[in-house]
Ligand binder design. Structure first.
Ligand code: NAD
Ligand code: ZN
Length: 244
């Protein structure tokens, strides 16, 4: 019988408009924890008065900025993380002209770091931060050099906020539409390393009209029954077995 890897190989060989839609599970093999796995950020014992889920919300940023910024620096920024095989594989697939877009919920920069060009960042990036008053921009290294715990703008002394989408916040303009466009044009959609629990991002799967929906995730998701192929394994390990 044909193995799941053989099926994935055939799908990739026969597709010319692949779109990848991923989440935190794509970066766990780079030692960045996801949110919902057993060793994920939502399950760590913080010994603080707030849960991690509360700590990454807009309410926390507004009401308890010190707690928010301490948690953000400590648990969401991994400045020394290196791209893993999944990031490399997707960049190569794009270079070959087979993959048209990487859509990611991740706020790390590992897809860009390894050379992916069309990366749609649904939830923003740790590498972009803006003064809420004068809009001066700070990259990650500049952000980390600002005052602590609350980072203040070097021009006007107002708060500098990461350009990432917190819980209770809207997505940035146009990113959802752009992601929707690439997914609706794709012949193959590979969804990987995401629990598909965070909305509106998870809704994107519904825009796919192509032939092959592939899900690669360590745990099951509520979308498994809609997929052409489901592989419950580590995404970097799976891609290592595919020849391109
Ligand atoms: P999630 O934590 O809800 O789900 C991650 C999923 O990936 C889980 O189902 C898990 O079983 C799976 N997984 C873990 N390691 C894997 C691997 N090596 N191969 C295959 N699957 C693996 O994360 P999510 O769905 O992305 O949504 C949560 C939010 O997390 C996003 O909005 C994102 O902004 C944020 N986040 C981002 C980062 C990052 O930037 N790297 C890290 C943590 C959380
Ligand atoms: Zn300013």
């Amino acid at each position: 019988m044909e193995s799941k890897i053989e099926k994935l190989q055939k799908i990739i060989d026969s597709s010319n408009n692949i779109v990848f839609f991923g989440g935190a599970g794509v970066s766990t093999e780079s030692n960045i924890p996801d949110f919902r796995s057993a060793d994920g950020i939502f399950n760590i014992k913080l010994n603080r008065k707030f849960t991690p889920e509360e700590l990454v919300s807009h309410t926390m940023y507004k009401k308890y900025p010190e707690d928010f910024y301490n948690f953000y620096r400590e648990k969401l920024i991994y400045k020394d993380a290196k791209p893993n095989y999944a990031h490399k594989f997707l960049a190569k697939l794009e270079q070959l002209g087979k993959l048209k877009a990487v859509i990611t919920q991740n706020i790390d920069t590992l897809h860009e770091d390894v050379g992916s060009k069309n990366v749609i960042k649904l939830h923003g990036s740790v590498d972009s931060n803006s003064c809420i008053c004068c809009n001066k921009k700070y990259n990650l290294m500049e952000f980390l050099s600002l005052t602590r715990p609350i980072p203040k703008c070097s021009e006007c002394n107002s708060v500098v906020k990461p350009d990432v989408t917190l819980y209770e916040e809207q997505l940035f303009d146009n990113v959802f539409e752009s992601a929707e466009y690439f997914i609706s044009e794709a012949d193959t959609l590979i969804v990987g390393g995401t629990s598909l629990i965070v909305y509106p991002a998870a809704n994107l799967v519904h825009y796919f009209k192509g032939k092959n929906l592939v899900l690669i995730n360590k745990a099951m998701t509520s979308y498994d029954s809609f997929a052409t192929l489901v592989i419950n394994d580590k995404i970097g390990e799976v891609f290592k077995k595919i020849i391109i």
